[in-house]
Design a protein around this ligand. Sequence first.
Ligand SMILES: Cc1cc2nc3c(=O)[nH]c(=O)nc-3n(C[C@H](O)[C@H](O)[C@H](O)COP(=O)(O)O)c2cc1C
Length: 224
Amino acid sequence: MDLDKAINERRSIRGYKPDPVPREMLEEIIALANRAPSSMNTQPWHFHVLTGEPLEQVRRGNSERMLAGVPPQREIPDHGAYTGVHRDRQVEIAKQLFAAMGIARDDKVMRQDWVMRGFRQFDAPVSIVVTFDRMIEDQGTIAHFDLGAVTYGLVLAAWARGLGAVINGQGIMQSPVVREVAGIPDDEVILTCVALGWPDDEFAANEVRSNRRTVGETARFVGF
Ligand SMILES: Cc1cc2nc3c(=O)[nH]c(=O)nc-3n(C[C@H](O)[C@H](O)[C@H](O)COP(=O)(O)O)c2cc1C
């Protein structure tokens, strides 16, 4: 697929067919993602690719603890509540998704159901847990930058193959569960996970195209 087309058409996929994803295809995607730039070429990332029973265990553990009211246990600083224009954009995408899914503003049950889907990683057949080397945990935010770059490459490479994905912070809310089930080594920090699989074309939220600011709103040109 043409790169511009992949970048332009990619969107987060939150409804999947149950069909498995071949391991060779996942290896191909990760090999491409690994070409991402990183600070001083440190390549501090690791991918833990889960499917089948281990993934079911992560889903269950994550969902049960969130339902039981266990406070989120992530391994990176919490971003807290967004405010101002960031909150406005958060609300906008939520409205788009709920409208597509026919979830009314005051339908608490369906809204809660939607949140639980996120904790279940939208029932995707694959989850890729993205971690970085703990030895650079205290060296500023650079590892987060590197992992953002590699993760975007990953979802684009998936998209170019007809796969869908959503970067899914909700899926690692209860990181101790993920760490234990997936056997994540102590010298790695869990940053996020990516739910991935074949898009379910009947799932309305998959058609949602989130809005973007324009070039005029995001960029300044100096010296042109
Ligand atoms: C760091 C990060 C964490 C995210 N976590 C979630 C999540 O927990 N649940 C979810 O539904 N989407 C999550 N997303 C997807 C964003 O909501 C999505 O990228 C954004 O709304 C723009 O939509 P698009 O990806 O369809 O262009 C996350 C994205 C990023 C980059």
